[in-house]
Structures are given as structure tokens and as C-alpha cells.
Design a protein around this ligand. Sequence first.
Ligand SMILES: *Cc1c(COP(=O)(O)O)cnc(C)c1O
Length: 444
Amino acid sequence: MWGDESDVVDLAIEWSAKRVVRHTDPLSTARSASELAADAGPTITASGIGGAAALDVFDRVLEPATRSQDDPLNLAYIAAAPTRAAIAFDFVTSSANIFGGLWEAGAGAIYAENEAIAWLVGLLGWPEGAGGCFVSGGTSGNLSALLTARETALTRRGSRPPGGWKLACSANAHSSIQTAARALDVDILDVPVDERGHLTGPALRVELERSADVFAVVASAGTTNEGIVDDLAAIADVCEEFGVWLHVDGAYGGAGLAAPSVRHRFDGIERADSFIVDPHKWLFAPYDCCALVYRDPQLARATHSQHASYLDHVDRESWNPSELALHLSRRARGLPFWFSLATHGTDRYRDAIESSITTAQEVAEAIRASDHLQLLREVELSVVIFERPGYTDAQYSEWSHEAAVSGRMLCVPTKWNGRTVLRLAFVNPATDPRAVIEVLETLR
Ligand SMILES: *Cc1c(COP(=O)(O)O)cnc(C)c1O
């Protein structure tokens, strides 16, 4: 039907092998669909344009219209800095086309994914028996964990509270928690934070004393905007006392568990019920990859297992990632992370994470020492938040835009305590703090 396609295979492999070792291009950027249409021309035709022509369009027009997430000076949002080993193994994973949902179809791949998860479980200090699976991202991981929490609460209580379920978190929790609350049709109980933005035990206690309908507390281990790690030990005490599920969202900051210099900030995490971390953020894996881990995976199975006559043959005794989250078919997306970890070893992972922390601290120190910028808070992980006193919103936007289109640096404004400010998120060991400090001079 398709011929042997070997010429297309060769072209794609050759392109990929070059791309993975090429330097990033900070000037690659989004363009409008009409510009892309004009440059790409028609690609989907009755007889096909052929692999060489399609790859040529991708190489010339399409890929340059995507942002280099791994550019060392891409410091906006939270970028990604995968190792070459991880990216290369993404090709391998794709070539093997593994069904990673069920042990019987994906045993070898799932075994390796579980090795990587076991490393995370060890960092969490969780007991034997804890485990999970990889899903597409933090949004999906948070939703799957919170559905497990709600089903567990329902089983324990026997019925839905008359006024509906609530989940408790601070206003600094990630936007995906609101999305999960909408999907689950539960209310959010907004717990006030302390003066440094942390969710604390005493504030949580006040809310839990007021409402018996809370099925889960979501604590952040590295908020996206400021890198704040909530007061996990005191939160875990209160959750234990009230018998409420504790979910820790470490999508960005969970990588800090492997960094001795900040590990103390996570104390108490050993008592959480579920946890997520995105290897595609600060654990050097390519998109898309989130590790979702449960203290007691049996509760996840009771929630997520799908049953139907065509699934009667599934061996429910073995480790089936499909039964642990909101998915059935899945690629073995944890393999690139596993391969990179196996290749480089956990010591290098530790050092790479520490290097981003050091970079963030050096940049923060330069901002503190400067006479034209103001550091707005102490750096907890690797996010630096600061302002240029006197700048208007328009000046921030203009500076940010100019730095981006010139390819100097990607740094976008955010809001902090209602003010427009600037934010830098460091996850790339190749980022040179001196280069960042030099660009910040243009804020004079
Ligand atoms: C990025 C992030 C998420 C969402 O993760 P995605 O992989 O983008 O879906 C959730 N929580 C936190 C704290 C994050 O930083």
C-alpha cells in the first residue's frame, strides 16, 4: 500500500539527528496562519506532495515558526531544557510504537518508566508500594489525582455532601486547579496566604474547622509565578488531623526534591497522598511528560479502571498505567526521561538542578545590588521576580517585546501583588547568569 517508505524514513531520521545537536535559534517565533499558508502552500492533496516536499515545508516554514523552548535565554513562562539523550530517546520511543497503557502490551517500557518513578518516590520519602504513571502534563496529572481524592472521600463518607464537595488551596495555586475544580464540579475554598505568599497550617485549619466538605487540599511545591513552596509539614499535620487528602503540585518545582540546597523546603511532603512533577519542565525531558504518583495506587485504580466487555481480558493484577489516570491508550512518554536519567545518573541530575538554583541566586543578587532594579522577594527555588521602579505597563511590554524580537532574551511581564513586574524562570543548566545580567542593564 505505502511502498517501503525507506526514503522518507531516512530523510526524517537525518533531519532529527541534525536538529538534536544544532544550536537553538532564539529568533524562531510564531507567525500568522495566513503568512504560513502563503509560504507553505497546499500540503494536503489527493495524491500527496511526497515526503521530501513535506519535510522541506516543515524545515523551511513550519519549524522556524515555533519557539525554541531550550534556548538558554528563554526565561519566560517555564521553558524546557531536555538533554540530547532524552530527545534522541523520544525518536526511539516513537519508533517502537509501544502501547503503554497495559502491562501485557507494554511491560518492558512500563518497567523502565517505573524505575524512573521509583527514583521520585525515593526522593519523596514515600513507602514501598507507592507508584504511578506518566501523563501528558500537570493539568492532566492534577485532574487525575483530584478525581482519585474525590472518589476516595465519597467511598469513605458514603454520599456527596448536600452542598457539594470543596477543595482547599491558596490563590497562588496553578490555574489548572481551577480547571480541575470546574471539571469535577466542586467549589474552591480559597485559603488566605501568609505575607510571603505561602499556604500555612494555621490558615488551613481555620477553613477546615468551618467546612466538613473538603475532600482535598492542594499545596504547591513551587508556584509557577514565584516558585513558592507552601508550608508542607504544617499542612500535612492539619490534613492528617482532619482526614483530608493532601495533593502536592510540584509540576515545576518538584525537581527541587533532588537538590540538597533546597530539599528542606519540601519537608512534610513524605506525608502527602499524591504528587505530580513535569519532567518537561525542570527534569530535562522533552514534551510532553508529567509524573503522577500516589502513596496508595490502589485508590487510583478504584477510581480510574475502565470496565467493558472488550476489556474483560485485561490482567488487573499487573501494573497498568491506564488504571491510574484519566486515559486508556497512552504512549510510553516516560521513556525519554528514564533514558536520560539512566544515561547521566542521578548525581548529574542533582548538579543540573542545583546549577539553575545558583544561576537564579546570582541573578537575584545582581538585581539586589543594582541601583535601577528592585528584587521583590527572596528566591525559594529558581524563579526571580523583580521590577524596574518607574516603568509603566507599556514600558514593560515594549522592553519585553524588544528583547524578544532582537533574540536577546525572553522575559515577559507578570503581576505581583496587583502590580506589573518582571519574572525570570531558570530551568536550563546552559543559562549563563552573566548574559542575563547584561540584558537586564538595558532596563536602565
Ligand atoms: C506548569 C504547571 C502546571 C500545568 O502543567 P502542564 O504540564 O502545563 O499542564 C500545573 N501546576 C504548576 C505548579 C505548574 O507550574
